[in-house]
Design a protein around this ligand. Sequence first.
Ligand code: XBP
Ligand code: MG
Length: 264
Amino acid sequence: MWTLKALLFDVDGTLADTERDGHRVAFNRAFAEAGLDWHWGEALYGKLLKVSGGKERLRYFMDNWQPKMDASVDTDGLVAALHRAKTRHFLELTSAGLIPLRPGVERLLREARAEGVRLAIATTTTPENVTALLSATLGEQSIGWFDAIAAGDCVPRKKPAPDIYFHALKRLGLDAKECLALEDSDNGLKSSLGAGIDTLVTVNGYTEKQDFTGAAAVLSQLGEPGSGFDVLAGDAGTATFVDLSFLRRLFARRRFPSGQAAIP
Ligand code: XBP
Ligand code: MG
């Protein structure tokens, strides 16, 4: 019988709303610093988010939105340099406390720890972005709450490929059937489902109209007592915010549709 042993959290869009006012702003600061007249507005960035990975997104932009660069330009070197600068700017924004956790995230993390449900991260973003976000919002010791932080280039293929979730499961030493993933985007959901992990989706402004077929449930947010979520898909019963008992019920329904749940 399967019991819920770990929660695997995506970062960008799930732990925190990092894209519009974080990564996008950091990219634009890097472009300006490099003397480039590139500017990613909110709408264009929403289109570029189709591609996971900041370096891959830069390359996608250069290949599809910019005139072909002169053959003498070392485009690989340019992408690497711009991404390093962008990461520096993102870390500045994070450490300035400008990127808060989404509602309910801290409460759920602390509840999982208190009840012995293990925690992991499975993200496309650069590892130092993760540790900076956790340190700035929960304190440096919170990095140790996670038994595995699977991030960025540690796997050959980024989301929607399942590689990062397989890597996290391996680091946890758990079967996909013992876990739940929390995601915000279609790329993220494809990745977690591809690894066989049932997934709760909490959408944001960039992802709310995406296709979340296969998600255990789709909510507007995790919510807090007194400030509940909207249900976009799936059955939330009478719950108004996501806590561990909500996740256990979701897990049991997916794992044991006939109702013989193994809820401790
Ligand atoms: C979202 C991403 C990341 C960020 C940018 O990651 O695709 O690439 O947009 O971060 P996830 P980097 O939703 O999996 O957390 O520039 O460091 O890639
Ligand atoms: Mg995400």
